[in-house]
Design a protein around this ligand. Structure first.
Ligand code: UD1
Ligand code: CA
Length: 481
């Protein structure tokens, strides 16, 4: 929270975002696990304003529902027709009533803007005693942005001219309006009443407030952003991808600064909500999403996607997809494992190659090394599940649970037909279909007896290579016959 919280922050999010060419409203598009408007609201919240108001219009039910779900306590003002940014702010002030003190206005499509930058703008505004302070930036390509017009003699900001309304000379200016302002609340309300619509878009431009205040003799200031990339406004999908790359890089650099090894940052994607401990290692081709946490000395990747998954200290997760799983300390997962929701892996347990788990609790030191499906199961400690086993949890109508004890050795190619229980220390024979409970310490054998029909090949496949091989084997010393 900043030292001098503004009276209000207004976020403009009523536009459709036509240039996105999307059925999703622009501000609900996501980067790094958060909507564009969500990023802006999060930054605004860092200022601790008295009021936080988002102006909604296009797809307003959808945008308002999103805000209610994820950012409870945010107010909304409706702008029924998108008559421009000035009109949008007017709608917010109607909703809020008279606001004394600083009002910060920010666009809902600038997701990289940090709370720090917003706070610095508000602080400059207050310290300089301005009526309005605009956040500007020097950009390599100013196309589409409003240009900052300065008095050639004094350097003072005199106006903002929209790209579409600008002269050739003005278009050559590379200092642009970020769309972020700090205003004196009362002066803002007055000036908005004087904004006209005689421009190329026939809209009420918020940017005109600046010239109006200046002509009325008020102090107008500008604060130049240190990093122009922070004010990147998203109007199309190319900019969306650019913003994602920049934010992703920022998140990974923060993790690296905190002691995480990211082998190849360009191929790793993280959400803003992902957390790490020091000496975690992220290998290439890895996506870490949602509330995923990677603990100390754990290694994830390559080619791994973890969503809402906790990776315990020193665990190893290789070529794996996991959703809402908990991986215990020192556990080993993959390569080629799929952990579905409700998977909880104990300390030093192992889920190996081509193994799928779901709603399964696997005890300390227990191993499911190869080619298996473990669904709706509880397995104790230090048990080994044989290769190619299936926990048959679905009878076509309901799901059932399987419980396997500690220190068991189940054979390869077992079917555990749930509901069924295997007691502690029990063994099961390879190829068994386990339909009945197995008592502790028993060996369960549930398969047909083997029968050898002697001489079958010679009688039924005479003259074949198999028959020839069998005859040769019979002649060898120690052979049959
Ligand atoms: C705006 C600024 C421009 C600045 C640029 C920075 C104006 C007139 N222009 O242009 O100077 O360089 O942002 O990115 O302010 N919105 C509403 N209601 C409306 C119109 C817009 O809520 O009636 C919202 C949009 O949802 C969006 C934001 O205001 O979040 C900016 O609108 P947009 O149409 O993207 O403005 P730009 O043309 O980018
Ligand atoms: Ca914009």
């Amino acid at each position: 929270m900043s030292a001098n919280p503004p009276a209000a922050v207004i976020v403009l999010a009523a536009g459709e975002g036509t240039r996105m060419k999307s059925k999703t409203p622009k501000v609900l598009h996501e980067i790094c696990g958060r909507s564009l408007v969500g990023h802006v609201v999060s930054a605004a919240r860092e200022l601790g304003p008295e009021h936080l108001c988002v102006v909604v219009g296009h797809a307003r039910e959808q945008v308002a529902a999103h805000l209610e779900e994820h950012y409870a306590g945010t107010r909304t003002a409706v702008q029924y027709e998108q008559n421009g940014t000035g009109h949008a702010v007017r709608m917010a002030l109607e909703e809020l009533g008279q606001v004394d003190g600083t009002v910060v206005v920010v666009c809902g499509d600038t997701p990289l803007l940090s709370g720090l930058t917003l706070g610095a703008l508000a602080a400059t505004h207050a310290a300089d005693g301005n009526a309005v302070t605009v956040l500007t930036a020097e950009v390599p390509d100013a196309t589409g942005y409003g240009r900052i017009v300065r008095d050639p003699a004094t350097g003072a900001v005199t106006a903002i001219v929209e790209h579409k309304d600008a002269t050739e000379e003005q278009r050559a200016v590379r200092e642009i309006n970020s769309g972020v302002f700090a205003f004196d609340g009362r002066l803002l309300a007055d000036a908005l009443g004087k904004v006209r619509t005689d421009n190329s878009q026939g809209e009420e431009y918020l940017t005109d407030v600046l010239g109006i205040l200046r002509e009325a003799g008020h102090r107008v200031g500008a604060s130049v952003a240190g990093d122009h990339r922070e004010i990147l406004g998203i109007n199309n999908r190319v900019q969306l991808s650019e913003a994602r790359a920049l934010l992703n890089r920022r998140l990974l650099e923060r993790a690296m600064a905190d002691g995480v090894t990211v082998v190849d940052p360009a191929s790793v994607q993280v959400d803003v909500t992902v957390t790490f401990e020091r000496d975690a290692v992220v290998h290439p081709g890895t996506q870490l999403l949602g509330a995923t946490h990677v603990a100390e000395d754990a290694e994830v990747g390559p080619n791994t996607r973890l969503k809402d998954t906790k990776v315990g200290r020193g665990a190893r997760v290789d070529n794996t997809v996991a959703d809402s799983a908990e991986i215990g300390e020192g556990a080993s997962v993959g390569p080629y494992a799929y952990l579905r929701p409700g998977t909880r892996l104990g300390v030093k347990s192992k889920i190996g190659t081509y193994v799928e788990t779901k709603n399964a609790t696997i005890g300390e030191g227990t191993k499911v090394p190869h080619l298996s499906y473990v669904g709706d199961a509880t397995i104790g400690e230090f048990t080994n599940i044989g290769a190619a086993s299936v926990f048959v949890n679905y009878d076509g109508e309901k799901k059932h649970h399987t419980t396997i004890g500690s220190h068991c050795k189940t054979g390869s190619d077992n079917m555990f037909v749930a509901p069924v229980t295997v007691g502690d220390g029990a063994y099961t024979a390879a190829g068994s279909v386990i339909t009945k409970d197995v008592p502790a310490g028993a060996l369960a054998v549930a398969r047909g007896q083997q029968r050898n029909i002697e001489g079958w090949v010679a009688r039924k496949r005479p003259g074949s290579a198999a028959a020839q091989a069998a005859a040769t084997a019979a002649e060898e010393p120690g052979g049959e016959g």
